[in-house]
Design a protein around this ligand. Sequence first.
Ligand code: O7E
Length: 211
Amino acid sequence: MTELILALDVPDRKEALNIAESCAPFIDAIKVGYPLVLSSGLSIAEDLASPGLPLIADFKVADIPNTNRLICEVVFSAGFDAVIAHGFVGADAARACIEVAHSHSGKAYIVAEMSHPGATEFFHDGVAERIAALAVRCGADGIIAPATRPERVARLREIVGDKAIYSPGIGAQGGDLDAVARLVDGVIVGRSIYAADDPAAAAERLSRICR
Ligand code: O7E
């Protein structure tokens, strides 16, 4: 089974809550990022608590260790279950996020390679592989790898072993769910669900492929 994670990039609080509620039976977690938190505040985590799904804070934390620690303390105190951090900032900075996550019995995932076309400018030539290895070394719970490049996901799987791989880029960015579903632990899907005429029906359709 591959988890289906809803990227709730909906900047309107009420609309976001409606979509989350209607999709809840078909998804395994909700990822909240800047579009929703900057418009609605961190208390959105409390509002989203009712479906009882894990809440992932996608702030792609990328600062010095002390600032990362402060950010992650706020994230977990707000009620999130996991945080996403960048790995290119180095082991000490990534480790700060991972330590805070684990001290709250939460999880931390490290972005190894991004899904958009421009990501190949800096994430290739061995960089993503090094970040994936860093994630393993630092005790991260998993990595983020691009559904738009299944061959890269397969390569990064060789490095992270049985650590979780969560993969964005399905649908709107051109990634094919069938091509990555069996390579990863979960897919992160935004527009193909929340921008559909019927988000719950879209989530149900995707969840059938994931199951
Ligand atoms: O393209 P969509 O609408 O399906 O949304 C994809 C979501 O995944 C969106 O929230 C975007 O910010 C996120 N994402 C990527 O699209 N590509 C990446 O490389 C990384 C992420 C991401 O979520 O990073 C942390 C998991």
